[in-house]
Each structure stands twice: as structure tokens, then as C-alpha cells.
Design a binder for this molecule. Structure first.
Ligand SMILES: [Zn+2]
Ligand SMILES: [Zn+2]
Length: 237
């Protein structure tokens, strides 16, 4: 047993985990309940929703987005997913759920046989940033936690603070689609363009709703010289 595993073993003894769905002890989501989640086997265009090969934004939709492609693991309509994400992002802020959520994304790659896309040397992961106030409240950036897990599994470097948030924005959830775009405009900055230039970027967030946030991030990354920007989220609304 490695030291890390030993520590996990002790933590589990002191703070046992229970499955959110069935209450069984051992995991936040036990293998039986994990198997109940319908992880997608295909990719869909992030603009028109049509099934596409390898997640690439379809030709007709290209003028409408700066995102080159999109991967998401599950539908946000799934009640269990909603519950998991809410326990992660809102109280009680269970940081460890990043592992469960990232494993849904990995399962999606596995089911659709897409690991080949993540092996290029030029690939990096960047997470959607939070402003300082939110970071302080939650204690962690949920997107960065998921990205960190993906970085380990996919063996792609995570560029921390590849983007930073420089504007306090209103919660997107209260706003209409047009207001969301306006609200998020100018909110992000890339401080170190060297890390971004010519890279294929996998931009990580928890949920894709209207895409306004990811579009704005992609705009900043592309003006910093990113070759491609792909979105990766656990769920899509
Ligand atoms: Zn269960
Ligand atoms: Zn399309």
C-alpha cells in the first residue's frame, strides 16, 4: 500500500462515504448506481445538436462559434447528475466529487473510443476560471478540479490559470441568452500567451448551458494564438 492509499484508507475510516443514490457505504456513487447513468457513446455538434463524427463542430455551424468541437458525457436532465453537480458546486461543496464527475467524462471517451485525440504533444487542458470572491466562498474552482483529474487520466498537461477572471459577473443562471453574452464579455484574460500559442486546447467546465462562457473563453484563447479550442464538460443542459 502506498502512502497515498494509506491516507485514503484512514480518511475513509474516519469519514465514510455513502452513495448519493442508494446510500450504500464506500463511494459517493457506487458502481451499481454509476451503471444506471446513461453515458453518451457519441458526440453532438455544440451549435445545432446533430450527431457529428469526433465531436467536430459541423461545417455549417462553424461561422457561429469559435469552438472547434465539443465532448460531454451526460445530459443535465439526468436527476442524479444534477444532484452530484449540485453537491459539488454548492453546499456541502464536496471537492472529492471531481473524481466521480471526471470518471464520467473518461467513460464517455472510452465508450466512443476517442483517446486518440488526446495524445498530441500540443494538447493542453485549461479550466474555466472563477473570480476570487466565488473561489473564496467555495474554496476551490470546480472546473479546475475536474481538469486536474482529466490531466492525470489523459496524461495531458493542465495549464493552471491559463485564463483568469478579471470581472465580477452576475450569476449566468439568472440571465437570458443575450444577457449572458453581455454579462460575460471581457470577463477573461490570458496572462501568459506563450503557454497558449499554437496549442490545441481542451477547455474544461462542469456544465454547458448556452455556451456563452465557453465562447468568451475561446475568443480570448484564440486571440492569444490557440490553434484550436475544444470544450469538455460533464453535462449539457
Ligand atoms: Zn448506489
Ligand atoms: Zn452544427
Amino acid at each position: 500500500m502506498k502512502i497515498d492509499e494509506n491516507k485514503d484508507f484512514l480518511t475513509d475510516l474516519l469519514f465514510p462515504k455513502f452513495c448519493f443514490n442508494c446510500g450504500k457505504e464506500g463511494n459517493y456513487l457506487c458502481p451499481d448506481c454509476f451503471a444506471l447513468i446513461d453515458v453518451l457513446e457519441y458526440q453532438f455538434c455544440l451549435v445545432c445538436g446533430k450527431r457529428v463524427i469526433d465531436g467536430k463542430t459541423c461545417l455549417r455551424c462553424r461561422p457561429k462559434t469559435r469552438l472547434d468541437g465539443f465532448y460531454f458525457a451526460v445530459s443535465y436532465q439526468n436527476k442524479l447528475i444534477k444532484k452530484l453537480i449540485s453537491q459539488f458546486k454548492y453546499k456541502p461543496f464536496i471537492k472529492d466529487l471531481s473524481k466521480t464527475l471526471a470518471s464520467l467524462i473518461i467513460t464517455h471517451f472510452y465508450l466512443s473510443n476517442k483517446f486518440v485525440f488526446f495524445t498530441s504533444e500540443k494538447s493542453i487542458l485549461v479550466s474555466v476560471p472563477l473570480n476570487r470572491k466565488k473561489l473564496k466562498l467555495r474554496g476551490f474552482n470546480q472546473s479546475e478540479e475536474i481538469a486536474r483529474e482529466l490531466s492525470q487520466s489523459l496524461e495531458i498537461p493542465l495549464v493552471k490559470q491559463g485564463l483568469i477572471k478579471i470581472k465580477n459577473t452576475r450569476a449566468q443562471i439568472e440571465l437570458s441568452k443575450e444577457q449572458r453574452k453581455e454579462n460575460i464579455r471581457g470577463a477573461f484574460l490570458c496572462r501568459d500567451e506563450k503557454q497558449i500559442k499554437n496549442k490545441k486546447i481542451f477547455l474544461v467546465d462542469d456544465v454547458f448551458t448556452t455556451g456563452a462562457t465557453m465562447e468568451e473563453c475561446a475568443k480570448v484563447l484564440k486571440s492569444a494564438g490557440a490553434r484550436e479550442v475544444w470544450a469538455i464538460t460533464v453535462a449539457k443542459e
